[in-house]
Design a protein around this ligand. Structure first.
Ligand code: HEM
Length: 237
């Protein structure tokens, strides 16, 4: 009988250990949760548009005063921008490293990619993430700096939104709709994945995780979309 021991489970030279991949997944989950928190607050804030121009513009001005007088005017907003940027960049870097590791772990490239949920979701997440990122860049130029907005006046948030989604600019509403649906898909798989990373293991937990991911993404998508469509049909003008 052979007494040879099984080789120790050390990672191959140059190949990072499993522990650091788990750490990256936890980092992705936490940054994802932070970004979803921002999106929920943003979506709820947007609904203030239904209270009229004065209320919505006042809300936009109030955002600049958060933390005052402890912090100078707009400082909170800049801190938030810094945190969100670090979270987005970190989320992308971690996703790229994990994707590269997954590719390297495969001995040979698949001749035919098996149509399993894992690879399909991974590809959707990658391209969905790129679409969301491009949308956010456009969106900031549109409604934050006003560069691409037909009104584009700082702090005239109501008019900036209502001219943006006016019926004649249906293609802008279409672009926002497709992008927000992409945000929803990205979030749905992201939440499910994050819950798995953060410890959800049981079959019952799996059902709860799927339902949570579905409900949270639908509510966010509908909450965002109600604004451009309200403008389109004349409820907000
Ligand atoms: C139809 C849906 C949306 C509307 C009407 C909307 C509206 C706005 C408005 C008016 C601003 C400027 C706020 C201000 O400067 O006072 C803004 C900023 C912003 N929005 Fe949206 N938004 C929508 C969807 C989204 C989505 C889906 C995302 C992300 C995926 C997003 C991310 C941002 C970011 C990052 C900013 C910049 C915040 C800052 O200046 O620090 N928005 N949005």
């Amino acid at each position: 009988m052979s007494t040879r021991k099984a080789p120790a489970a050390t990672p191959a030279p140059g190949r990072p250990g499993r522990r650091s991949s788990v750490a990256l997944k936890i980092f992705m989950a936490l940054t994802g949760i932070l970004l979803i928190g921002f999106l929920y607050l943003h979506m709820i804030g947007n609904l203030k548009i239904f209270f009229g121009a004065e209320a919505f513009d006042h809300y936009a001005a109030w955002l600049r005063t958060i933390g005052t007088p402890l912090l100078p005017h707009e400082w909170y907003l800049w801190i938030q921008r810094g945190v969100l940027t670090v979270a987005v960049v970190g989320h992308i870097v971690a996703a790229t490293i994990l994707a590269r590791r997954a590719r390297q772990a495969r001995p040979v490239k698949y001749a035919h990619r098996p149509k399993v949920q894992g690879s399909y979701a991974a590809r959707t997440m990658r391209w969905g993430g790129v679409i969301v990122l491009l949308f956010v860049i456009y969106h900031i130029l549109d409604l934050t700096t006003g560069t691409l907005n037909p009104n584009g006046v700082h702090l005239e948030a109501y008019k900036n939104v209502s001219t943006d989604f006016a019926p004649g600019r249906w293609y802008v509403t279409l672009f926002y709709t497709l992008s927000i649906v992409a945000v929803g898909f990205h979030m749905r798989h992201g939440i499910w994945s994050a819950l798995r990373t953060l410890g959800q293991q049981s079959p019952r937990g799996e059902v709860i995780a799927r339902a949570t991911a579905l409900v949270l993404s639908w509510v966010l998508v509908l909450g965002f979309l109600v604004v451009p469509f309200a403008v389109l049909v004349g409820l907000v003008d």
